[in-house]
Design a binder for this molecule. Sequence first.
Ligand code: MFK
Length: 561
Amino acid sequence: MTHFFQEPPQLKNQYEEDELLQLYLEWKFSKKELKIIQKDLHRFGKRVVTDILALAQAAEDNMPRLEQFDPWGNRIDEIKTSAAWKELDRISAEEGLISHGYQRKYKELSRLYQLSKLYLFHASSAFYSCPLAMTDGAARLIELYGDQELKHKAFQHIISQNPDEFWTSGQWMTEKTGGSDVSQSETIARFEDNEWKLYGVKWFTSATTSQMTMALARIEEEGKIVPGSKGLSLFYIELRDEAGKLNNIEILRLKDKLGTDALPTAELKLNGTKTKLVGEKGQGVKTISSLFNITRIYNACCSLSASRRILVLAKDYAQKRTAFNKKIIQHPLHNEILSQAEQDWFIQFMLVFNLTELLGADECQKTPVSGLSSEDIAGVLRILTPIAKLFTAKKTLSMTSELLESFGGAGYIENTRIPRLLRDAQVFPIWEGTTNVLSLDVLRSIAKENSLSSLIKYLSLKMKNIDLKLFSQEIDSLMTEMKKTESYFRSTSSDEFEPNARNISFNLAQLSCAVFCLEFASAHPKHKKYTLMAKRYCAQLKTYFFTDSGQRANENLEIIK
Ligand code: MFK
């Protein structure tokens, strides 16, 4: 019998060991700005693997529970969360995880700084990133549509760095009738006793311990309602009164989910919940889209963070684990898997960070590439948001499954905390719109906002920054695939797009990633790994569209019957 014990994988300072993050920020920020943010990121990179990670693990080990009654039988409906979860809330405020995006100290680059922190934070946060996503979305919504009252109260709370004043926000859309098809929502808003009140059931509300929320409801006037999404309006709710009593809300139960254990997700009944109309009547879906477009960007950034986490663990483990007489990092086949994963993370990084720059540019009315109008920036942001969300979610999920396997049996054992990464990754393609819903949103943005031509213009402008000598072959294949894509759109009637919606979205994601990777690698020729990964990625580039959608749809019915 031997006395062998395997050394576990370990996490180092997540900023210091992330060369790509450092290079990207050095590329974008001035030396003076960089000095300030680097100091903060070095410190935060350590925190996310020390005290913050310990809190996240404690929160995951002490799941929230619902206490519906006090010992004397009074209904209290209290969600009890752990002290660790509460501390993550305080840290989020102190670290400026929302406020950095709205103080705009670094103007259009403020989002880049803020989302770099989110990228470091998410994988160590037990999904405290979820309430933050909705809070950030609510802040943007209030900036765009809020009245003075909301701007003076709710907005000030959600962008506060003082933990005693900091509020988080929920986003209540989903009902039993549909998580994707929100137009079927049944919650009713009535104007009673001089104020709006809501009646109905919200079926899936994440982070239900928030102080405020944005909710969709159907206005009923003189006993009449308008059906469909045109009948939905947006409402602002404060969950408790000054005495801490719930605002006519019953918490029916907490959801029993596959993952995201620390995050309280609940079913709620609204029994005359006092509320305030936000934006115009009947414009609820459009108004709340300013919120969920932000949460979709968070979804992409958090997916990227999750990819990074399993990648660094797998790489560290490969240096420590011996099999067949050598470290597994010395086995060519193992390295094939690790380098493919590194490349998958690299392309996701480029997509998310370019999107983040666009978000900051759009909010500050600046352009990240000269020659692009503010309408074009809004168009590119509009189409790249669902693309990045759906693409990163699928990549992270497959990457997590692949890399979990690289730990062998240890990856399947709960208290290594590795299986949790796979369960948690499964939420990314579901939350904030499934892959199909997001693919249809890509089509919606093309049809309604001409976003495809803005994207093509943006990519063409970025291609001017690519080193033509170093990447001549890659440019050729990129141009071939771009022409194929343009010709597909020219020659296909838009009513045939739907069966191809996923192909369209993934093709556009691939083309965008290729341009972003080649641009980055051109600017960093001394860092050979990015050139190698960009070349490998372009060598695999292949756009694909079904040719006869009608026939394909009929065949599908035959196959699944
Ligand atoms: C760690 C990561 C953190 C992530 C946070 C997790 C939080 C979890 C909480 C949740 O999961 S909440 C549930 C999330 N649910 C969804 O995301 C809903 C999914 N369904 C959709 O996205 C549907 O496409 C949608 C409800 C938007 C479609 O509704 P309709 O009824 O078919 O609406 P329609 O008529 O297409 O759009 C209404 C208007 O909104 C149109 O404008 P007009 O009135 O001017 O015609 C649309 O153009 C506009 N619109 C829709 N989507 C938009 C948009 N505008 C801008 N951006 C968009 N994305």
